[in-house]
Design a protein around this ligand. Sequence first.
Ligand SMILES: [Fe+2]
Length: 184
Amino acid sequence: MISMIPQIVEKLWNKYDLEGPVREHCKKVMEFALRIAERAEKNGLKLDKKIILFGALLHDIGRAITHDPFQHFLKSAEILRNEGLEEEIVRIVERHFSAGITAKEAEKLGLPIKDYIPETLEEKIVSFADNLTFGSEIKNFKSFLERLERIDLEKPDLKWFTEETRKRAIKMKEEIEKITGMEF
Ligand SMILES: [Fe+2]
């Protein structure tokens, strides 16, 4: 397993002064995402592990600017685009929140109106690994759904966590289970 942190990642973490606990979280997400990817590859799938590694390590760099759950991934993408990273990596970062956000939901949340739904397997794997990684601890899928419910309760006016969102999260979990043979 690749476990070293590329120099460019360290440089960006330092440049934006990303907090230590967020860096630790990103490392855990990277390890977990690569573990999922390796299992999928054993089952015959071909994945780009390099962009999974970069996407996972940088997905939360926007937390150097804001911890707002509905804003930080936009900041992450903005930073990485400005820094000239590959679009494949930027999209992983931009689509990592929850099981994605539809254009309709984005409008309700006051975000630039477009889909933020993970599409490629690399995007899904990083998003899913992040969903289950609480700080530096990996939990189960049920805990993730509970966390979404908590975010929803904190921002009741948004009515954000809909049945559609829940179904999308479950579908992503089932897909990852199918390609890896793992259970979450
Ligand atoms: Fe995040």
